[in-house]
Design a protein around this ligand. Structure first.
Ligand code: SF4
Ligand code: SF4
Length: 404
């Protein structure tokens, strides 16, 4: 009965997109395509008129069209990618898998618009993405991994968006972010109504309420005290909110012994994220058909599942000395050599937690400021600056050695 109701809701959403004054997204045929789907809920994405699968496809760790296709066949209808993921191969995999199903899916891609990027460069990037995705338009185009407000003030971006919309090449815009400056960047786009969608790192370890429940056991602090209010403000204004980095690193081998059938660590983490009414949905990197199936088991969650909280507590405990919080910049000014500590440790995570050394190395190479200075740093003024107790110098040095 519940499923039938949600199917009707979903059908309504698909039809609603046809009424938009811009390019229409998936239509009624989407609802008919995936009869056996595992997706239990399709959610409105802010004011866009889109209704996306609550657990959607992230492609940063995927270049296999078969995995993309499997997710689609299970009911996933929102596919997130970027020109920078695996040098365009992730976009190509999505294009190869779904080009015949364009009217049944939503596509989002990303480009890094820097303060000096020109509109012609942006247009060239978008056209490259469209070609690899084998489509004429993307539904959402993000300014990727924004880590300073300056990147949101480039007039060229807005000129480009206006032209690309007029040419039918994109429908909506967004900002993605997970750096230490995420808070100010979010504040800027929400206050200025500068985007239609935000894609932000958000997990249980960023919630002051969740951390407070652990205070007796661990020395934890909330590094983004305003994040929950910002998500609520975005939601209230009709800006779509999509969460990423919801697994907080996902080092599964540390937690496997505590998982149970029906409640794996990702399922617990997803159910926690989706319980926030100001979060529309989440994306997660899906690397195999088995992983797709496991992740989608948590679709439809509106409250943290059964024993989710103890499992998440357990994971947080195992991670405490190793995980650099997304959106944290507390130690940022402690390095006189300008090492972007949070960014360096995020790329390290792709190797140590995701197990993807190749991706981590490429991402590290793209950083504006790596950790080469750490190898010969004698003062180590970053030591003792992390309230989570991370041995910053040790971690950044090993990151540089491993990734450079
Ligand atoms: S070890 Fe030195 S160079 Fe490296 S982050 Fe710490 S203070 Fe900066
Ligand atoms: S090392 Fe610690 S203080 Fe520095 S960004 Fe990471 S979590 Fe924050």
């Amino acid at each position: 009965m519940k499923k039938a109701f949600e199917r009707r809701e979903f059908l309504k959403g698909g039809l609603a997109t046809l009424g938009l004054g811009v390019l229409a997204g998936p239509s009624e045929s989407l609802a008919q395509a995936n009869v056996q789907d595992r997706v239990q809920r399709y959610v409105p994405l802010g004011r866009t008129g889109m209704r996306i699968s609550d657990i959607s496809f992230g492609s940063s760790q995927t270049t296999d069209p078969a995995v993309v296709r499997h997710a689609f066949e299970q009911g996933v209808n929102y596919f997130d990618t970027a020109e920078g993921y695996n040098e365009g191969l992730s976009e190509e995999a999505i294009g190869q898998a779904l080009s015949g199903s364009r009217d049944q899916i939503y596509l989002a891609s990303k480009v890094k618009c820097m303060p000096e990027t020109t509109q012609s460069e942006l247009m060239k990037s978008l056209e490259g993405s469209l070609s690899r995705l084998r489509t004429d338009y993307v539904d959402v185009y993000f300014n990727h991994a924004v880590n300073s407000v300056d990147r949101l003030k480039n007039d060229e971006w807005y000129e480009f968006v206006s032209k690309a919309k007029a040419q039918g090449k994109l429908r909506f815009t967004g900002m993605s972010g997970h750096s230490g400056r995420l808070g100010e960047c979010l504040e800027y786009v929400i206050t200025h109504d500068a985007v239609d969608v935000v894609l932000v790192s958000y997990n249980y370890g960023q919630d002051p309420g969740f951390l407070k429940s652990l205070m007796k056991d661990f020395d934890l602090i909330s590094v983004q005290p305003n994040l929950l209010q910002q998500l609520a403000k975005a939601h209230e204004k009709g800006i779509g909110v999509i969460a990423m980095k919801t697994l907080r690193g996902a080092r599964r081998h540390d937690i496997a012994a505590f998982e149970k059938p029906g409640l794996t660590f990702p399922q617990a983490a997803f159910s926690w994220v989706l319980s926030n009414p100001n979060v529309d949905g989440l994306i997660v990197s899906m690397k195999s058909p088995e992983q797709v199936d496991e992740y989608l088991e948590a679709s439809g969650s509106r409250t943290p599942r059964g024993a989710a909280l103890p499992l998440l507590h357990q994971y947080l405990a195992s991670e405490q000395s190793d995980y650099c919080n997304h959106g944290c910049e507390i130690c940022h000014d402690s390095c006189p050599n300008g090492v972007a500590i949070n960014e360096v440790l995020r790329t390290r995570m792709y190797a140590t937690h995701y197990g993807n050394l190749d991706y981590a190395r490429k991402d590290y190479a793209r950083l504006e400021s790596g950790a080469s200075a750490c190898s010969s740093c004698s003062h180590q003024s970053c030591l003792g600056q992390c309230p989570s107790g991370l041995s910053v110098a040790q971690l950044t040095r090993s990151a540089h050695k491993m990734l450079s």
